[in-house]
Write a protein that binds this ligand. Structure first.
Ligand code: NAP
Length: 299
């Protein structure tokens, strides 16, 4: 239980409600900032405005999956007001206070470094990324269905990158009966893909493998689907780029060539906000629990 721990939630979307619910069940003392338009179903949970006084009493701060932007702004779908975590707020934090966020952009990293605040990037953890790959793969399939007039079954699919997202997506497509090729860069990924009955090739040779592709999914966060690659594809190909912005596709050339290409960020929060929220809730509550035991024993 987290009795006596003051957790301040700043902003978020439907996913954060699952995290609030989890901390509520664990008896933390909760304050919500940027949730003024949320109907409060949590008895005893306070809603407040962002202030130095409030943050000075926080043991834990929970930010949404995207954290802040590069100026410290935090998105909250439940708030009519802007939320900006400016430097004065970092100054007001107690030394033991930790910040938990999905990802930390350079602004948040720099503020935490400067003010010696511990921060945890949940989406960088293998466990969270692997759990998250499930709604991501389902979202990619949804986009594939919406943007084609053929079945995924018997279609020619390529998945680029055999990391946490790529493996799940390749397996899901294979389960739907697609012919799945995977673009990898390491020998062990090649061997694993072969073992999984996927058809591996080295991603540096991508240009030689796209002449019959119907659906091309990318999880590699650097330019890989170049103009040369796009020029070798049939016009019917649909490119679904899952990699973080700006993706790995030459979108300008795809448009010029008449190949449908889309960057598809944030799929877990779009297709399964409840599951995506539960994934974060389970992980962050475990980490906070461990940190809390250490902190309580040290007091
Ligand atoms: P990951 O586990 O690190 O997988 C990335 C894969 O790309 C790895 O196989 C990696 O190979 C490969 N790779 C990286 N740079 C490469 C390069 N220059 N050339 C060839 N291969 C390269 O990451 P992930 O968790 O699967 O996430 C993949 C991307 O999807 C990230 O950008 C992430 O932010 C994004 N994402 C998007 C969504 C969404 O909703 N759209 C959801 C989750 C994640 P090595 O193993 O050799 O490094």
């Amino acid at each position: 239980m987290l009795t006596g721990l003051h957790v301040v939630f700043i902003g978020g979307d439907a996913r954060q409600l699952e995290v609030i619910q989890k901390f509520y069940e664990m008896d933390a003392t909760i304050t919500l900032v940027g949730f003024d338009q949320l109907e409060n179903k949590f008895a005893g949970v306070k809603k407040e405005r962002l202030s130095e006084q409030l943050l000075s009493t926080a043991d834990v701060i929970l930010l949404p999956p995207i954290g802040t932007d590069d100026k410290g702004n935090i998105n909250s779908v439940f708030s009519g007001e802007d939320l900006q975590l400016s430097e004065k707020y970092f100054k007001s934090l107690a030394k033991h206070c930790s910040i938990y966020t999905g990802i930390a952009k350079p602004y948040l990293k720099e503020m935490c470094r400067k003010h010696q605040i511990k921060f945890v990037e949940l989406l960088a953890r293998d466990d969270v990324a692997i759990f998250n790959s499930i709604p991501t793969a389902e979202g990619a399939v949804m986009l594939a269905i919406k943007n084609t007039d053929i079945t995924i079954h018997s279609s020619n699919c390529i998945v680029l990158g055999m990391g946490r997202t790529g493996i799940t997506l390749a397996r899901v497509l294979q389960g739907l009966g697609a012919n799945v090729q995977v673009g990898v860069r390491r020998g062990e990924q090649f061997a694993r893909s072969f073992e999984m009955n996927l058809k591996p090739f080295y991603s540096k040779d991508l240009v030689n493998h796209v002449s019959e592709v119907d659906l091309l999914f990318n999880t590699i966060p650097s330019m890989i689907i170049t103009a040369e690659v796009i020029a070798n594809m049939p016009n019917r190909t649909v490119i679904i780029d899952l990699a973080s912005k700006p993706g790995g596709t030459d979108f300008r050339f795809a448009e010029k060539r008449g190949v449908k290409a889309m960057l598809a960020p944030g799929l877990p929060g779009i297709v399964a906000p409840k599951t995506a929220g539960q994934i974060i809730a389970n992980c962050v509550s475990e980490i906070v629990m461990e940190d809390y035991q250490i902190w309580r024993n040290a007091k």
